[in-house]
Design a protein around this ligand. Structure first.
Ligand code: FMN
Length: 185
């Protein structure tokens, strides 16, 4: 049996939030969940409301053992997920990257991401978008702001508009490679 690479804290597995946005490749997020579990993480999924339509909710909830969170709980309701030790935003959309950088918090996913900075929670982001979206000046500024906040940025390059290509090369596990060194100690 291979040793998990992510650290255990007091015998408890670290808890990873996978924040999923409404991108065409969101349906493959099970790849990241499986890899994270194999590497010693417990996983909970937070989806944007738009992303829910791209996901097999039942399959993901069976895989993680937790409900997918997408909206805020009601006051007094129990927290459906344990607190996050780290967060992977994968895939991250143009929309969510720009809103997160601007401090907009109008989805639960954005609320969690906006608070992560102040909480000191390590965050890795794997954007998946096309080159026409990436050409917008706001996008470059958003990435600069987020990386300046310590957010770890994946290496995937934007694909050609309307092509939807690059999905085969999307390295889901890069989020874990970026986060795990931050968990040491
Ligand atoms: C089939 C489909 C695929 C999409 N793929 C992407 C994508 O890969 N990247 C992206 O930034 N937006 C993509 N979009 C647009 C987003 O879904 C849209 O901007 C949405 O508002 C994002 O919401 P969210 O950031 O709250 O998840 C896609 C839309 C559709 C209908």
């Amino acid at each position: 049996m291979t040793e998990p690479t992510a650290p255990y804290v007091l015998g408890k597995k670290p808890f990873l939030y996978v924040v999923v946005c409404a991108s065409g490749i969101a349906g493959d997020v099970g790849t990241l969940i499986t890899a994270a579990q194999e590497r010693g993480w417990d996983v909970g999924v937070v989806a944007t409301p738009q992303a829910l339509g791209f996901l097999d909710v039942e399959a993901i909830e069976a895989q993680t053992g937790y409900p997918i969170r997408s909206v805020w709980r009601k006051p007094g309701e129990a927290r459906p997920l344990p607190p996050a030790d780290a967060i992977a935003v994968a895939p991250a959309t143009f929309n969510t990257v720009n809103k997160w950088a601007a401090g907009i918090s109008d989805t639960l996913a954005l609320g969690i991401l906006c608070e992560a900075y102040g909480m000191g929670t390590p965050v890795a982001v794997l954007p998946y978008l096309n080159a026409a979206q990436a050409a917008h000046p706001a996008y470059r500024q958003s990435l600069e702001r987020l990386t300046g906040m310590g957010v770890l940025l994946g290496s995937h390059e934007p694909h050609r508009p309307k092509a939807g290509e690059g999905a085969d090369h999307f390295r889901w596990t890069e989020a874990l490679d970026l986060l795990e060194p931050k968990m040491a100690g």
